[in-house]
Design a protein around this ligand. Structure first.
Ligand SMILES: C[S@@+](CC[C@H](N)C(=O)[O-])C[C@H]1O[C@@H](n2cnc3c(N)ncnc32)[C@H](O)[C@@H]1O
Length: 464
């Protein structure tokens, strides 16, 4: 079974491949079409130890394997990153599609390839005679052209992702509204997926969070300590915010911003559910969120933070011990990616936008403080070029060396970015799709999504 490599629109392909040899670019496009070889999850160490979480997850996975008639699947503790568990992903496996078809959209297809079952709301179309218990072949609608509820066989472009068992009939799926279906649970249980990996089910409630290794590393490299004042500039949905809170033992203050009101509302609920007291989330445009010097003075005279969830305008200058800038990006490192959906205009818009966020981050960071800049894209303009920009624009920022324990988990930055010195390039954390991100306890290569980050320290006033 093989997947066709990701095909970017031609103009996008030209831009992205510019920094690679043809062979490397082809390998990247192949890797982007399929899921990473490893499923990583982070343990919420405020709730349980990693060992407790591993045991619980192993029990859950054992139960699933029994149900699906799969051989035993081992949950490992990551040898280097202290709060990470991981499992291997198997595939591509040879699976013959059965006759009856179910169609899902590309987002749902991406999740299926990463081990998920299909929730009732995810099913776009099923053939007219589909009943609970039927074995169905699951296809992804590649062009977004399948009508929801369609009963005829879909004849558009589609990709097979495996066979599953329908858990409800066609009638239930399409006579109920999307609202009624929400919470109804699994619509199709994937028993013969092309890429096999146990799903995490409701392990989230038990403190196990699906999170890619590079995202977890971001938290460890930022390394916030209990009692510090930390800023997460683009925080929603909050995967990294909650990690920072765990690293700080929920002691200190994390100011979590997001521009979107709805996302902040969800983030506030998430923080409440997690019973975190250190995180305060606000709706704020982080490109223009810096107080003037006078306003900063006045704020610091009586520092009172606003009520969580409210819209705020600005934050005090040079006060934050750590700043995380995990901003909006072209997300071209996501795996699998059935259909990269981006225009040249949008791709070109990101680097400048990220630079405006970098300007704000620099103003808010205290001397001696640490800034981590991250993206989940392979686009050099949003990565190495922005690192070079930050170093050239802010002479008081220095790029931090990779701690010895994290060496070998990522690749260095790309070559050929003129303004990036060799030292700075070596200090970038680039996670190239298809390349290893370390080695597991059993010597197997680990692999994740495409990602990039760099850590900077702001020099103390007397050191520059
Ligand atoms: C990559 S996501 C952040 C993911 C998050 N850090 C996590 O780990 O869960 C980028 C976020 O930036 C937000 N965003 C975009 N522009 C922003 C701005 N000017 N100010 C604040 N947030 C912004 C988006 O709404 C989006 O939620």
């Amino acid at each position: 079974m093989s997947f066709t490599p990701v095909a970017f629109p031609p103009e996008i392909d030209t831009i992205l491949r510019a920094n690679y040899s043809d062979a490397t670019w082809i390998a990247i496009c192949k890797a982007l079409a399929v899921p990473p070889r490893t499923t990583f999850c982070r343990v919420n160490t405020l709730r349980c130890t990693r060992e407790q979480a591993r045991e619980q997850l192993q029990d859950f996975v054992d139960m699933q394997c029994k149900q699906k008639n799969w051989p035993q699947w081992i949950v490992y503790e990551h040898p280097v990153v202290p709060d990470v568990l991981y499992m291997d992903v198997q595939g591509p496996l040879h699976v013959d599609p059965v006759q009856k078809e179910v169609i899902i959209d590309t987002m749902c297809g991406n999740a299926v390839l990463r081990g998920a079952d299909i929730f009732a709301t995810g099913v776009l179309a099923a053939e007219s005679a589909t009943k609970p218990g039927d074995k169905v072949a699951v296809y992804v609608d590649l062009d977004g052209a399948c009508l929801r509820g369609q009963s005829k066989k879909y004849t558009g472009r589609k990709a097979f992702v495996g066979n599953g068992i329908a858990m409800m009939g066609r009638e239930t799926l399409y006579t109920c509204s999307a609202k009624q279906l929400r919470g109804k649970g699994v619509g199709v249980q994937m028993v013969e997926p092309i890429y096999k990996s146990p799903s995490l089910g409701d392990m989230f409630a038990k403190g196990v969070i699906l999170q890619n290794l590079p995202s977890v590393l971001v938290g460890h490299v930022l390394a916030p300590r209990p009692g510090e004042l930390v800023l997460d500039m683009c925080a929603a949905p909050g995967g990294k915010t909650t990690h920072l809170a765990a690293l700080m033992r929920d002691q200190g203050t994390i100011i979590a911003l997001d521009r979107s009101h709805q996302k902040v509302d969800r983030l506030v609920n998430y923080i409440r559910e997690q019973e975190l007291v250190s995180v305060k989330a606000y709706c704020c445009d982080a490109t223009s969120c810096v107080m003037s010097e006078q306003e900063t003075k006045e704020f610091l005279a009586t520092p009172v933070w606003w009520s969580p969830g409210s819209k705020i305008q600005a934050l005090p200058r040079e006060c934050f011990d750590r700043v995380l800038l995990d901003g909006p990006c072209s997300a071209m490192g996501q795996r699998p990616n059935f259909k990269p959906d981006i225009t040249v205009g949008v791709l070109h818009h990101y680097p400048a936008y990220q630079r405006s966020l970098l300007h704000a981050a620099h103003k808010l960071l205290r001397p001696g403080g640490v800034l981590v800049y991250s993206t989940c894209t392979i686009n050099a303009a949003e990565n190495e070029h922005n690192v070079a920009y930050a170093l050239a624009t802010f002479p008081d920022l220095e790029i931090m060396a990779i701690p010895p324990e994290f060496e070998g988990l990522s690749q260095a930055g790309l070559t050929g970015v003129e303004a990036l010195t060799e030292v700075a390039r070596q200090r970038c954390y680039r996670f190239e799709p298809g390349q290893m991100c370390g080695v597991g306890v059993d010597g197997k290569v680990l692999e994740s999504i495409g990602f990039f980050f760099a850590a900077f320290r702001k020099k103390e006033a007397n050191s520059h």
